[in-house]
Design a protein. Structure first.
Length: 301
C-alpha cells in the first residue's frame, strides 16, 4: 500500500510539465488560442509586413519574393488572399503587365466574391490599358481594357474605382473608333471598298453617336456607292445630311442624294490637325518616359 504513494509526487511533476513539453499546441488545445505561424522563413504576418515595406520603397522584386514565400509556406493562411492581390500589384507597379494580368485573373478565379474583387477587375483593365497600342496598330489590348472597365461599371457600380474606369472606358472607345476609321480610310483609298464597309458598319453598330460617326457614315455610303450598291448607300448619306449637316462630309453626301444641303445646329468642332496629333503623341511619349524614370532611384535623389 505504501509503494504507490511514492509515485504521487512524480506523477504530479509530470502532469505539470506536459504544457512545457508539448508547447503551445497543448495550450491551444485547452484554450483554443491561435499561435503565430512561423517557419525558418518567418511568420506569415512578418512576410506580409516585409512585402508592404518593399512596396513602399519600390523594391518590387523583393516584395514579390516575400509574398511568394508567404503563399508557398502558408497556403491556408488568412493572409493568403491579401498576399495574392499584393503580388499582382507588385507586378503591376513594376510594369510587368503580363505577369500582373495573370495574377489578377488567378485572384478572380480563386476569389470571385471577395470584397476586393472590384480592385482586381479594375487593375486587370489597367494592365490592358497600359498595353494599348497607337491607333495604327492592333487594338486587342484596347478592347480587353474596355471589357474589364465595363464589367466593373455594370457588376460593381458602387466600387470606388468606377469613376476612373468610366473615364478610361471612354478613352478606349474613342481609340477603337479611331482605329477602325484609320483602317477603313486605308482600304477606301486603295479601292478595298468591301473591307471599308465592314469597318464602318462595326463602328456604327458598336459605338453609335461617337464623334467619328459622320466620317464612318460617309465612308460607308461612298464605299457602297463605288460597289454599285446605291440603294444601300442612300440611308448612310441621308443620316449624314440629317444629323451632321455641319460636317465636312455632308456636302458630298448631299451631292450623292441630289439634294440641297441645309446646315442646321452648331458647327462641328474641327478634328485634331496632323501637328496636334503629333504633339499629343510626343506628350504621351514624354509622360511615359517620366513615369518610367520615376521608378529608378537615381531620379529620386
Amino acid at each position: 500500500m505504501t509503494g504507490w504513494r511514492h509515485w504521487i509526487p512524480l506523477a504530479a511533476l509530470l502532469l505539470a510539465a506536459i504544457p512545457a513539453l508539448t508547447g503551445c499546441a497543448f495550450y491551444d488545445y485547452l484554450y483554443g488560442t491561435p499561435t503565430p505561424r512561423t517557419t525558418t522563413g518567418g511568420s506569415d504576418e512578418s512576410l506580409l509586413r516585409a512585402a508592404e515595406g518593399n512596396m513602399q520603397r519600390q523594391q518590387y522584386a523583393q516584395a514579390r519574393q516575400n509574398l511568394q514565400r508567404l503563399l508557398n509556406q502558408y497556403p491556408d493562411s488568412e493572409l493568403a488572399t491579401a498576399a495574392r492581390l499584393a503580388l499582382a500589384r507588385a507586378f503591376y507597379e513594376d510594369r510587368k503587365y503580363d505577369e500582373a494580368r495573370n495574377e489578377y485573373q488567378r485572384f478572380l478565379e480563386l476569389h470571385p466574391q471577395n470584397e476586393r474583387a472590384d480592385e482586381a477587375v479594375y487593375y486587370l483593365g489597367m494592365c490592358y490599358f497600359k498595353q494599348s497600342e497607337t491607333i495604327d496598330r492592333d487594338q486587342t489590348a484596347t478592347r480587353r481594357a474596355l471589357e474589364q472597365f465595363q464589367i466593373l461599371m455594370k457588376q460593381m457600380p458602387d466600387s470606388q474605382y468606377v469613376p476612373d474606369a468610366r473615364e478610361r472606358a471612354t478613352v478606349m472607345q474613342r481609340k477603337l473608333v479611331q482605329h477602325d476609321l484609320y483602317v477603313a480610310q486605308y482600304y477606301f483609298e486603295r479601292g478595298g471598298f468591301d473591307a471599308a464597309v465592314l469597318r464602318c458598319q462595326r463602328i456604327l453598330a458598336e459605338f453609335p453617336g461617337n464623334e467619328g460617326e459622320d466620317q464612318a457614315l460617309y465612308l460607308l455610303g461612298e464605299s457602297l456607292w463605288q460597289l454599285e450598291q446605291k440603294a444601300a448607300a442612300r440611308p448612310a448619306f441621308q443620316k449624314l445630311v440629317d444629323q451632321y449637316s455641319q460636317s465636312d462630309y455632308a456636302p458630298q453626301a448631299a451631292d450623292r442624294l441630289g439634294v440641297v444641303l441645309v446646315k442646321t445646329g452648331p458647327p462641328k468642332p474641327p478634328g485634331p490637325s496632323l501637328w496636334q496629333r503629333m504633339s499629343q503623341g510626343m506628350k504621351e511619349t514624354w509622360n511615359e518616359f517620366l513615369d518610367t524614370a520615376s521608378t529608378y532611384s537615381i531620379f529620386r535623389q
